[in-house]
Write a protein that binds this ligand. Structure first.
Ligand code: PMP
Ligand code: GLU
Length: 398
């Protein structure tokens, strides 16, 4: 009695959100904590998007909307896919949800059965494995390495596929590693997947616009696998709209219909005012996206330079997203000035919080316990101070 369901008891709470809450608590106690834990743009939502939301309220977009989203928004997304990605998805092949998070969870719950195997290359975003757990499916982990820039090879993928495989979750640009799969790399994965038409490819492209190596490539560009692809994206990162909670999926109509059924029982539709704001984001001028991308790129260069000066940090250059994911296992086994041993990445993240007052997320959360994640979606001044403190704290270890 008085216990949550087994389903909830076996679920881990989101460690990124937990660390952000811990940092906020310490700040509320008056401690000068710099939080590089939560991955969200530090910019405000551009004004023309905010204006569209205010107008939506005045125009009384205040009742339930259609379950899959306003037709005008689905059309705007369909046009974005055509113009920016050269991908053909009719508006009926698009469903709008409460953040990219719900779009991904919808896909996993609507498409997979208990026992189905879902391949997840690691390091991976914290929520994939837990969502797969909710569906009672089985996460099959493919561990990548620092040396391969945390990218899964076609050989690794091929080896992981069994007769029970029903899905793959691919994230490019990647949270947490910042790795970006090139078109050529995606082509080699597509070649393998085309031989397995019953394996669905959940392609999380939420960091599409935060890319420092050129044009974004989607695995949906490969005709031989397009019907297997469930493309997931949203406005949170590109337009600094994390709080508006708008994400979407583009896929074959049967997939969208399945998610629509689930969503009709679960959230009805997402927030109508936020949908009108997202529509303005896609239809309005796009310079804000590039301005923010350029700022992230400058910060990327800055944090890579500073992190490389820290003893024990191995740093590769992230090609996208706004995370630095250094390998720090050379520090495990060292002692703090108080004589405590840093056994693993959790101890190291705890040490940085206590000693340097910098909040980061342990690599454990992303199934890569050799590493630690810093979000560099913060001002250059904040980042400079944070890395100064981190360096000082690391230099105290012996
Ligand atoms: N995928 C990845 C890889 C993410 O980092 C995030 C950020 N939370 C999401 C999806 C979901 O984003 P949101 O729900 O804010 O749209
Ligand atoms: N994607 C962000 C992160 O990884 C937001 C938090 C979350 O939804 O996990 O920090």
């Amino acid at each position: 009695m008085n216990t949550p369901s087994n389903r909830i008891q076996s679920l881990d709470a989101s460690p990124t959100l937990a660390m952000a809450a811990r940092a906020a608590e310490l700040k509320a106690q008056g401690i000068d904590v710099i939080s590089l834990s939560l991955g969200e743009p530090d910019f405000h939502t551009p004004d023309h998007i905010k204006e569209a939301a205010k107008k939506a309220i005045d125009d009384n977009f205040t009742t339930y909307g259609p379950v899959p989203g306003f037709p005008t928004l689905r059309k705007a997304i369909s046009e974005k896919l055509k113009n920016e990605n050269h991908l053909d998805y009719a508006p009926e092949q698009i469903i709008v949800s409460t953040g990219g998070k719900q779009a991904i969870c919808n896909a996993i719950l609507a498409l997979f059965n208990p026992g189905d195997e879902i391949i997840i290359p690691t390091p991976c975003w914290v929520s994939y494995t837990e969502m797969v757990k909710l569906a009672e499916a089985k996460a099959v982990i493919v561990k990548t390495s620092f040396e391969t820039d945390f990218k899964m090879t076609a050989e690794q993928l091929e080896q992981a596929i069994t007769p029970k495989t029903r899905g793959l979750i691919l994230c490019s640009p990647s949270n947490p590693s910042g790795a970006v799969y090139s078109r050529e790399e995606l082509a080699t994965l597509a070649q393998v997947l085309a031989k397995h038409p019953d394996v669905l490819i959940l392609s999380d492209e939420i960091y599409e616009h935060i890319n420092y190596v050129g044009k974004h490539s989607s695995i949906a560009e490969f005709a031989e696998v397009k019907q297997q692809v469930v493309l997931l994206n949203g406005v949170s990162k590109a337009y600094a709209m994390t709080g508006w909670r708008i994400g979407w999926m583009a896929a074959e109509t049967w997939v969208v219909k399945a998610c629509q059924k689930l969503q009709s029982q679960y959230t009805s539709c997402t927030c109508t005012v936020a949908m009108k704001a997202a529509e303005a984001a896609y239809l309005g001028e796009q310079t804000c996206v590039e301005t923010m991308r350029q700022a992230f790129e400058k910060r990327r260069d800055l944090v890579v330079r500073m992190a490389r000066e820290i003893p024990g940090f191995e740093v590769n250059v992230p090609d996208g997203a706004f995370y630095l994911f250094p390998k720090v296992d050379a520090l495990f086994g060292k002692k703090t000035a108080h004589g405590d041993v840093i056994k693993d990445c959790n101890d190291f993240a705890g040490y940085l919080l206590d000693e340097a007052h910098v909040a980061a997320v342990s690599g454990d959360a992303f199934l890569m316990p050799e590493c630690i994640r810093f979000s560099y979606a913060a001002s250059e001044e904040t980042l400079t101070e944070a890395f100064r403190r981190i360096k000082e704290a690391v230099e105290k270890l012996h």
